[in-house]
Design a protein around this ligand. Structure first.
Ligand code: HEC
Length: 225
């Protein structure tokens, strides 16, 4: 996935930056000092807020990449060994359990959200909607996309990473109806997702976003090791 870092920002990016700034004072002292508990020699080691953000960003990135890889590999494997219909059934049945198992493994709450939904459960909440719209704004004005971390409250950070149509294989189920997405595929999609609007994408289009809620305590604990 091509995600570049940028310093350029316009209005919506500005809104997101404002959100980051306005929330950034909130990681509480107790959590910052939690790293001390359970450490060798029980000595107090203070962790800076910046360290928590950076560790959270790296952890979020690691989780999103692992989730993406896991889903994409299983999808490709099914399409190679079976067919598109089987792969759709795989996504229909397995996408949620796979993501949930990663949520448990990483003790984080992992979601995929989009503005053009296939599964209605992937609808963004109000904050995710703002962040997702900001990514779309960046695309519209040809600005680079970057992953991001913000503070939600005392206890949680929210990591986001754009999801692009990064592989021609995506188009078999998210591309142009009637050509890239065959009629047979369309009718299966329609039966499983009567309100599906996740077609009509082109290569490198923004498809959605990973949204990963990370407990600050977990981040701080991971800094002990
Ligand atoms: C074989 C068909 C198929 C292919 C290929 C496919 N998808 Fe999907 N995609 C689905 C289905 C089915 C769902 C709904 C899964 C569910 O019910 O949780 C979905 C859901 C999604 C979602 C969640 C948002 C939503 O609308 O529910 C994203 C993001 C997504 N796909 C991105 C991709 C990307 C990126 C690729 C290429 C790497 C890709 N998909 C390839 C069938 C496919």
């Amino acid at each position: 996935m091509k995600i570049k870092r940028t310093t350029a920002f316009r209005f919506k990016t500005f809104v997101v930056i404002l959100l980051i700034v306005s929330c950034s004072g909130r990681i509480n002292q107790e959590d910052r000092e939690a790293a001390s508990i359970g450490m060798r020699n029980r000595e107090v080691k203070k962790v800076s807020q910046a360290d928590i953000y950076i560790t959270g960003l790296l952890r979020g990135r690691q989780i999103a990449e692992a989730a993406q890889l896991l889903l994409a590999n299983k999808l490709k494997e099914t399409m190679l060994n079976e067919d598109v219909q089987k792969a759709i059934r795989y996504c229909n049945i397995q996408a949620y359990p796979v993501i949930d198992s990663l949520s448990k493994l990483y003790r984080a709450s992992i979601k995929r959200v989009s503005l053009k939904l296939r599964n209605p459960y992937d609808a963004p909440d109000s904050l995710e909607d703002i962040l997702l719209n900001a990514y779309h704004y960046n695309v519209e004005y040809n600005m680079a996309l970057q992953d991001n971390i913000i503070s939600l409250d005392d206890n949680y950070l929210l990591y986001t990473m754009p999801i692009l149509i990064s592989d021609p294989v995506c188009l078999k189920c998210h591309g142009k109806k009637g050509s890239e997405v065959s009629d047979e595929t369309l009718s299966l999609l329609k039966s499983l997702y009567p309100y599906d609007s996740a077609t009509g994408y082109k290569m490198n289009d923004l498809r959605g976003m990973w949204s990963i809620r990370l407990p600050v305590r977990e981040i701080v604990n991971s800094m002990d090791n």
